[in-house]
Design a protein around this ligand. Structure first.
Ligand SMILES: C[S@@+](CC[C@H](N)C(=O)[O-])C[C@H]1O[C@@H](n2cnc3c(N)ncnc32)[C@H](O)[C@@H]1O
Length: 248
């Protein structure tokens, strides 16, 4: 297992300008493909309506779950992000937590834990395993974790909503390395630092956290959507892992 913890890595979302900028993101263009298939996946793999949104950010993913009929709780380590989530959804339940501290939440209580793009910013495989083990404790025995992450390809191609062409070093990234990407849809054009991880190493992470992969989905555009796609019709920008606790 790679052990490439980068002590100099910091969560780029603990920043007011980035948080306000992120809050303007919707479900269109490249992000459309992240969310398009979630209702079908959820109806296929999730029973029950109590959902936790891990790394809820400004609450886009939490409100998405609410609109699907879930009772939702959003958690995030960034005060800047979560205060906007609460502002945009004043009746919603949101908690700012310290990294890995899930003590505010009840064990075995969630039917679904969604993590949308959060693991892109978790340094080291050990850290990912530790968080997934902690999340598993919150999951109902028959519950489902959906981990929606950036695909390795996102960092080396151009997209309707992202550019990476200025970051040639992304091409050589190994698991644990910092990769950079710019979201072109938002006013804040500063690059975002993510942590690269291969799909093979994600499989190791899930195994180590006693989770099994039920399915791995790579959403592609059909070409009929009203967007100017760049690579989205033949390369998937996202990977959606559907996970359950391993039965012993
Ligand atoms: C790219 S944003 C995604 C926000 C939201 N899920 C969405 O789809 O719009 C990633 C979020 O994960 C949060 N995050 C990063 N590390 C975290 C951790 N260890 N625990 C909880 N949240 C974390 C960041 O603060 C940030 O708000």
């Amino acid at each position: 297992m790679a052990n490439n913890h980068k002590p100099d890595f910091s969560n780029v979302y603990e920043d007011t300008i980035r948080a306000e900028s992120y809050a303007t993101l919707t479900f269109d263009k490249t992000y459309y493909l992240a969310y398009r298939d979630l209702p079908r996946i959820i109806s296929q793999y999730v029973s029950g309506k109590n959902a936790l949104d891990f790394g809820c950010g400004t609450g886009r993913s939490t409100r998405f779950l609410k609109n699907l009929g879930f009772t939702t709780t959003g958690i995030d380590i960034s005060e800047e992000m979560i205060s906007i989530a609460q502002r945009l959804d004043p009746t919603g339940t949101y908690y700012r937590i310290d990294d890995g501290d899930f003590s505010v939440l009840s064990k075995s209580s969630f039917d679904l834990i969604l993590s949308a793009f959060t693991f892109d910013n978790i340094p080291s495989m050990e850290h990912k395993i530790s968080l997934l083990k902690g999340l598993s404790i919150l999951l109902h025995s028959k519950g489902t974790i959906i981990n929606l992450v950036s695909s390795p390809e996102i960092y080396t191609h151009e997209w309707a909503s992202f550019t990476t062409k200025d970051f040639h070093e992304n091409t050589y990234a190994k698991t644990g390395d910092i990769v950079r990407i710019i979201t072109t849809d938002i006013p804040d054009k500063r690059p975002c630092d993510d942590i690269f991880i291969t799909e093979e190493d994600y499989t190791t992470v899930y195994n180590s956290a006693s989770l099994q992969i039920l399915t791995k989905h790579k959403p592609l555009a059909t070409g009929k959507e009203p967007y100017q796609w760049v690579n989205e019709t033949h390369l998937a920008p996202w990977t959606i892992y559907v996970l359950k606790k391993k039965t012993t």
